[in-house]
Ligand binder design. Sequence first.
Ligand SMILES: [Zn+2]
Length: 225
Amino acid sequence: MASYLAERQAVADMCRRMAAEGFFSGTGGNIGLRLADTHFAVTPSATEYAEVRADDVAVLRLDTLEKVEGDRKPSVEKGLHAAMLRAYPERRASLHTHQPLASAVALLHVDLPWPPRDIPKGFPGGDPAALGARVALVPYRPSGTGMLVKALTRSLKPDIHAYLLASHGVICSAADLEAAAGFVRRIEAAAAHFLRAPIDRRLPLDQPLRTLVYDTLTRAETNGA
Ligand SMILES: [Zn+2]
């Protein structure tokens, strides 16, 4: 009989929500969830997010990444999630996104300051300290490779919960899936806030473009509120 179905369903549900909120672009995003000391669940590779079912979510050994259950091939980024989950046993969920604005900051190869200066009105709530001191940069390595897993592992710090993967996206870990999703929303808002200042200095934009850019930033800074 299939095991951990409730947890695998929770992963499938979060996958749909992250896609609907625009944080997984194309098939760019995946989720890991600790099931026990020895195993974790991970989203399947190259599957439409809207169609992911609990049975598609793979169960892997945390030490060897061997698949013990699941109808589909696990995400190529399974090693990233295993690295996050192995490092901090109290953090059960690991979320990797290609969220648009934080990924734009990741293209700049800089840390994302956290918490943001002058937190804007409507900024997604939560304890700023929960996310740690900053969103740290992991040097560029190609997606889905052991080199990227090594670069992340070397970058991990106990007081930092979220990382920009240079020229790629974001990965964060938290006590549970809901908390990790909250981090993703706040990182996107912080990225919008961070990008606003250099854009301000590059005026003039033409008026329609200016409206579009600033509307996009404001929506992200306030998580659409
Ligand atoms: Zn990715």
